[in-house]
Write a protein that binds this ligand. Structure first.
Ligand code: GAR
Length: 209
């Protein structure tokens, strides 16, 4: 049984999608060991509590990044987390944090990386006039929205779209993509070839436990 640790800052729909996939057996042999938010008022935290999950706030406001990251890593270790899933966690992880969970932190981003990293990626793609956008689940490394790509889903940008309709269609694909990516990583049936995550064989960077 693998322990997932979810980090979020807001609504938490990606967290709910992961929790639903686990409940439905679509992510086998995994459980959510802890849900952590840097924002005590994050709706996703309340949802986690309602679902009977271990949900804790570790406020980041006014705290040096190194101190906050130490607290979050301690909570993840306390809960024996194997895989960290960033689900709308709107904070950059320090290099030290990344090193504690090397190749064991995933992030979801609402664009086809490397296009439109950073904040409000859906709006960036819309304003740029992209005809196709989508979402990316990737390993987290020391650089923002940068690590090796595990799953991408494309979404057409329609002439009739506005920013909210595009963001909503991307979000539907995010929920599908995250479950796929978690399964690829937990099964360990991939190899890292440079930046390329190649499915099919067991990996040298697979989860150790
Ligand atoms: C999602 O669209 C996610 O891709 C994005 O925040 C939203 C969180 O929604 N993450 C980023 O932009 C990270 N750079 P949710 O709280 O409903 O899962």
């Amino acid at each position: 049984m693998k322990n997932l640790g979810i980090l979020l800052s807001g609504r938490g729909s990606n967290f709910v999608a992961i929790a639903d996939s686990i409940a439905a057996g679509a992510i086998p042999n995994a459980r959510i060991a802890v849900v952590i938010s840097n924002r005590p008022d994050a709706p996703g935290l309340e949802t986690a509590r309602q679902r009977g999950l271990n949900a804790i706030a570790i406020p980041s406001k006014g705290k040096p990044r190194a101190e906050h990251d130490r607290e979050v890593v301690a909570a993840l270790l306390d809960n024996k987390v194997d895989l960290v899933c960033l689900a709308g966690y709107m904070r950059l992880l320090s290099p030290w944090f990344v090193q504690q969970f090397r190749a064991r932190i995933l992030n979801i981003h609402p664009s086809l990386l490397p296009s439109f990293p950073g904040l409000e990626a859906q709006q960036q793609a819309f304003a740029y006039g992209a005809k196709v956008s989508g979402c990316t689940v990737h390993f987290v490394d020391e650089e923002l929205d940068h690590g090796a790509i595990i799953v991408q889903k494309t979404v057409p940008v329609l002439d009739s779209d506005d920013e909210p309709t595009l963001a909503a269609r991307i979000l539907q694909q995010e929920h599908i993509a995250y479950t796929e990516a978690i399964n690829i990583v937990l099964e360990g049936k991939f190899n890292l070839v440079g930046r390329r995550v190649v499915k099919g064989q067991r990996s040298e960077v697979r989860l150790q436990k």
